[in-house]
Design a binder for this molecule. Structure first.
Ligand code: ADP
Ligand code: MG
Length: 267
């Protein structure tokens, strides 16, 4: 891992929560996948979202990132209402352009590393800064090299995804998200698709990011990581938050039956 870090990700100055999900509902057909979910994540907080498969974790992240629309409720990121703007006391849906701007402040890392296969690690990282933010290539490149160093891949800038292990690809994906200087990072099971021996390096990068003050919402089955790095833990079951609290408390003494069952299975 890098020893010299010139980039920092201290929490942005936001007076309230960095992520504020209020009474959000989401249906797919007749199935209510999110049943009035509330989630508040403070600046610099690491929140681990746990729950069995199908409980709505990915959908919740996708709603925060506007990859899915919500049916009811409201979501704020860095104090800004997601998807809407208020004009003369009325709410109006944002234009595609404004939605794209909001989405840029939210970094997302998926289970499958979605790097562009025809681009080197470096080009993957500078693609959005140069294409979307119009950052000059030289500035974006310098920043990308810093980020690659930060994720322990300074010597892999010119490698294509196929020349990298899954864990290395995932670390490039993290660097790529960081290149947009996000207010919050969302991780959806970032290590689930990795060979066990590659998990540690990715979690290590996430741990460094957390220590650096990044606000993070992490869906994971890595309870060890949650115990060590998370400030708070939220348990979803059937689209509802069934338990939440300080990680140290919830993970050692879960109160809800489904939380207890989940933890006994993964531990
Ligand atoms: P988790 O990430 O906790 O495993 P998901 O959020 O992926 O759960 O899914 C929650 C529920 O929503 C599941 O029952 C899943 O089948 C359903 N679901 C997710 N995405 C869609 C979709 N695009 N269309 C229909 N149903 C979906
Ligand atoms: Mg999921």
């Amino acid at each position: 891992m890098s020893t010299t870090t010139t980039t920092t990700t201290t929490a942005r100055a936001v007076s309230g929560p960095m992520v504020d999900v209020r009474e959000v509902r989401k249906h797919f057909g007749h199935i209510e996948v999110l049943k009035s979910v509330d989630l508040a994540v403070q600046p610099g907080e690491v929140c681990c979202l746990l729950g069995r498969s199908g409980s709505g974790k990915s959908t919740l992240l996708r709603c925060i990132n506007q990859l899915e629309s919500i049916d009811a409720g409201e979501i704020f990121v860095a104090g800004e209402r997601i998807g809407y703007e208020e004009k003369r006391g009325k709410l109006h849906p944002l234009s595609d352009r404004a939605v794209a701007r909001q989405r840029r402040s939210i970094g997302m890392v998926f289970q499958r590393f979605n790097l562009f296969s025809h681009m080197t690690a470096l080009d993957n990282i500078i693609e959005s800064p140069t294409g979307v933010l119009r950052t000059s290539r030289s500035t974006a490149k310098a920043r990308a090299l810093e980020l690659l160093d930060r994720v322990g891949l300074a010597d892999r800038a010119d490698h294509y995804p196929r020349q990298l292990s899954g864990g290395q690809q995932q670390r490039v994906a993290i660097a790529r998200a960081l290149a947009m200087d996000p207010a919050v990072m969302l991780f959806d099971e970032p290590t689930s698709a990795l060979d066990p021996e590659l998990v540690g390096d990715v979690l290590g990068v996430m741990r460094d990011l957390a220590a650096d003050g990044m606000t993070m919402v992490v869906v994971t089955h890595e309870i060890g990581f949650a115990r060590e790095v998370a400030d708070t833990v939220v348990f979803l079951d059937g689209g509802e938050v069934v338990e939440r609290g300080a990680a140290s408390e919830v993970l050692t003494a879960p109160e809800h039956a489904s939380t207890q069952a989940f933890l006994s299975r993964v531990l």
